[in-house]
Design a binder for this molecule. Structure first.
Ligand code: MG
Ligand code: ZN
Length: 365
């Protein structure tokens, strides 16, 4: 080919690529505005093998394929190649690697200002919706500071500080059945929070800007035990209420039990929990597609189970999920981003970067 026709050909290819890109991903999916709303979704223990395996035999709507920007994140903690969920979520909320088991504190056990505390200085609304206890490691890192993830009763007290407007999940026992006999629900109500400890229903919709719901004594039921669409309903309800704050909001949604299925090396448990999160992500992306100020970021704190997708010797079109550990593994995890600022999340980076990307995009000090 002559030089001129090579150039013409290249231009043609570029135009075709741009056309394809804009056809598949409209401008809302990557615009360069600053986000006014952030939904951060964590699939605890959700690595690429979990996503690949479950999605490869799923006929429904695959939320992960709706994201225009993908990154890869290194998950190691300050003291361990393999992180736990305490260090794995603390790094998102304070931007520093810390020791396994830490909740919102650095490697010297010093409390560091977290994202929610920074957002409160700008009068943003904040919330967490999870399928574990609301005091469990992942959500706790967003509103509490504790040297150890096991001090759930101390972690619960941090909600009284008001840096987290909405918290929904399990964990009633840490509020009303405490060693110190305090009734944290009564104390939260005195501060204007609506509370419930109704463990008989999956979710009771709420129309309030501040509510703390614990719908189970500890973790929520599994999908396999009939949790239904709790996570989706509770997330959409939180979004509706947080949206009333005109400054902006940040909501962390966690598919907590993908990790628990991994620890049990129970593929069916993991799969049903991941499919539940897939539903939630689809619903959140439907919201994001209606507007141009909502950034959605989906990732994991680490992979759980060292899952491999091996060939099924009987049927070569199928696979068998084989686990290599009852614990976590050190493989990188994917990051998916949609909306204003999404492009920031492309590339390969340390888990500390998630915090700094949010900090930059949200103009936090
Ligand atoms: Mg978790
Ligand atoms: Zn775990």
């Amino acid at each position: 080919m002559k030089k001129a026709s090579i150039i013409k050909f290249s231009i043609l290819i570029s135009i075709a690529a741009i056309f394809f890109y804009s056809f598949k991903y409209d401008s809302k999916s990557t615009n360069s505005n600053k986000p006014k709303k952030v939904i951060f979704i964590i699939g605890d223990g959700m690595g690429l093998a979990q996503i690949s395996g479950v999605m490869s035999i799923f006929d429904g709507r695959k939320s992960f394929e709706r994201f225009p920007v993908i990154g890869l994140m290194k998950t190691h903690s300050s003291d361990n190649y393999i992180t736990d969920s305490g260090a794995g979520a603390t790094v998102f909320s304070i931007g520093e690697k810390t020791y396994n088991g830490a909740i919102g504190v650095d490697k010297n056990e010093k409390a560091k200002e977290n994202l929610f505390e920074k957002l409160k200085k700008k009068n943003w609304a904040t919330g967490v919706v999870v399928t574990s206890s609301i005091t469990h490691a992942t959500p706790a890192c967003f509103y509490a500071h504790a040297a150890s993830r096991s001090s759930a009763e101390d972690i619960a007290e941090f909600l009284l500080q008001g840096n987290c407007d909405i918290a929904v999940g399990g964990g009633m026992q840490y509020f009303t059945n405490r060693k110190d006999k305090r009734n944290l629900f009564a104390e939260l109500q005195a501060k204007g929070f609506v509370t419930t400890s109704d463990t008989t229903s999956n979710f009771i919709p709420q129309n309030s800007s501040k509510y703390i719901y614990t719908l189970a004594a500890d973790g929520m039921k599994k999908i396999l035990q009939g949790r239904g669409d709790f996570l989706k309903q509770a997330s959409l309800n939180a979004i509706q209420n947080l949206s009333k704050n005109k400054n902006g909001y940040m909501l962390m949604i966690e598919g907590s039990q993908i990790d628990w299925g991994g620890h049990e090396n129970n593929y069916e448990y993991m799969k049903t929990e991941l499919l539940d999160l897939n539903d939630v992500i689809n619903a959140v992306l439907d919201e994001a597609q209606k507007r141009d100020d909502l950034l959605v970021v989906v990732t994991s704190d680490h992979e759980t189970g060292g899952l491999a997708l091996n060939a099924d010797t009987k049927d070569k079109k199928k696979f068998i999920g084989n686990y290599s550990t009852k614990g976590h593994s050190g493989i990188m995890v994917p990051v998916f981003a949609f909306g204003p600022g999404a492009n920031e999340f492309a590339g390969v980076y340390e888990n500390t970067e998630i915090f700094f990307k949010f900090k930059k995009l949200l103009n936090l000090k």
